[in-house]
Design a protein. Structure first.
Length: 137
């Protein structure tokens, strides 16, 4: 007897995604629901794959990268290859994000400097001193 099954609506609601997203994953062969007529019934394994895909996408992985990691799952060998590969990927992504963060902080500091110069310039200008003289003055 099969374990608990889920409808497409239940999974969409649980994960806060559209049913179209779930159908897309099915079209790509990432999940394989059972069919009861027109009704799709998703297994717990399908549910877990969706969850892992969404988790991977949240940390910046492409769909293909998510699937590669999920497909490396090998419980007979303690998943060492999968875990080591994921650790390396996470380290690389962290380094990239930290560099982006530093770049953004540098840009923000530059903007702060420009804003401060503009505000100082405005504060030292006296009203009317930067107006052009009209003809005949």
């Amino acid at each position: 007897m099969p374990g608990k099954t889920y409808t497409i609506s239940e999974l969409a609601r649980e994960f806060g995604i559209t049913t179209r997203t779930i159908r897309f994953y099915e079209e790509k062969g990432l999940i394989s629901p059972l069919r009861e007529g027109q009704k799709r019934l998703y297994s717990n394994a399908d549910r877990v794959r969706i969850k892992l895909i969404l988790r991977g996408k949240r940390i910046g992985m492409t769909l293909a990268e998510c699937v590669d990691f999920i497909d490396m799952y090998d419980p007979a060998h303690n998943n060492n290859d999968q875990l080591n590969s994921l650790i390396e990927d996470v380290k690389q992504r962290r380094a990239q994000l930290l560099q982006r963060k530093r770049d953004i902080e540098d840009m923000l500091a530059g903007l702060d400097e420009v804003q401060a110069l503009c505000e100082t310039s405005l504060a030292t200008n006296t009203p009317g001193t930067d107006r052009k003289k009209s003809p005949g003055q």
